[in-house]
Design a protein around this ligand. Sequence first.
Ligand code: ATP
Ligand code: MG
Length: 452
Amino acid sequence: MSDRLQAVKGMNDVLPADEPLWRRFEESVASSMRSYGYRRIRTPIVEPTRLFVRGIGEMTDIVEKEMYSFVDSLNGDSLTLRPENTAGVVRAVIQHNLLHEGPQRMWYTGPMFRHERPQKGRYRQFHQVGAEALGLPGPDADAEMILLCQRLWDDLDLVGISLELNSLGQPEERRAHRDALIAHLEAHHELLDDDARRRLHANPLRILDSKNPAMQGLIGAAPKLMDHLGEASRQHFDNLRRLLDSQNIPHRVNPRLVRGLEYYPLPVFEWVAPIGGSLLTVCGGGRYDPLVGMLGGKPAPGIGFALGVERILELMREQSVETETGQCDIYVVHSGEDTLAAALHTAERLRDAGVDVLMHAGGGSFKSQFRRADASGAQFAVVLGPDELARGEAGLKWLRDEGAATGSGRQQSVPLETLPDSVIDALLTDSDDDFDFDEPERQDDPDDRQIH
Ligand code: ATP
Ligand code: MG
């Protein structure tokens, strides 16, 4: 019997080979958020279980069957690994009285945990990026959220992500619809699955979100909440749609879009995209005006969205979104003890100049070091042997030339003094434009001078 240790089922390792993709994604997220004035908030991964029960609702998939909850053996408290982060963010906003300073625009990213059946695009530990705007009643803030998403898709060069919208109205409007909906579902009781029967009276709206193929006909024919909206809700929705039109954001009204949460009012939205041949939701959001009050704060409106990072990354893979190689530019080859101090110094100077350097470690012949240099993916090797150093020079060897493997590739001697400049020149001319040279901060730039 094998006792090989393995990751928990449904929880994935993200290996270094995937780093370029993740980095491209994370940098786009950070810059998109910044460009709308959203500031990052980091809340704990573990929260009191009752936060989610109250904030998400008892009759939801998440709270009913997907939470990783455990008892804190020190004091008997029930704690839960966060299945989503809106509740945590709102808790933090209330706890630190942030709304006292005015409306808050915030974003977060990190792992979420749900005990689901693992399958492609559905994991037990997955990642979300989300944004929350609190203290703003919309629909201007709603439009801003959607524009932010669109900017992110554009920044990631993703195509084919389409926007669906619905309005869930206000509680009294939902009540009228609810009665009609229950009557419709009861009239076809024999077609309801177990989940639907259980929710028929507790959370009938959620039945519309069922993925059970056998119930799709019934759901398609159900009364539409949209037809029960009052004047104010309708106007909010129409205004949002007009704002989206004015910014050329195409969208489709989907009357079956309900999202998970019983008490969420007004507009809800989802971005859907074809991934691996099926249409999946990559991002969902909507207003949650009652939430701040429900969690014990002074009532304040809110809207947010959460996107599934793994699904967006999958889309990036499918659409072959370009990423940087994630490899170092330079591999430093040296001849051990006598040259080590000089090699370290040279590597540091190259890094000062913004070049990414992999320094050979662990000794070995030049031949074996060149093998490692080649495997590293670096463009160039900088060679520091005793002879070169005695002349105040380094060898610069082109690793990606045709003849590089057989030793007939280009190589030249460069004075150590000017090595960083020569390396940057060589990288800029030889590395098909993908050298991401970070200009180091210049102390002599008057604009950068610190005021003391
Ligand atoms: P579904 O109806 O597909 O279960 P959901 O309503 O539970 O989705 P949300 O809670 O709205 O999903 O989460 C927002 C996004 O997070 C989803 O659109 C999806 O992209 C992603 N997501 C949700 N659950 C998972 C999971 N188990 N694994 C990977 N991504 C997930
Ligand atoms: Mg779910």
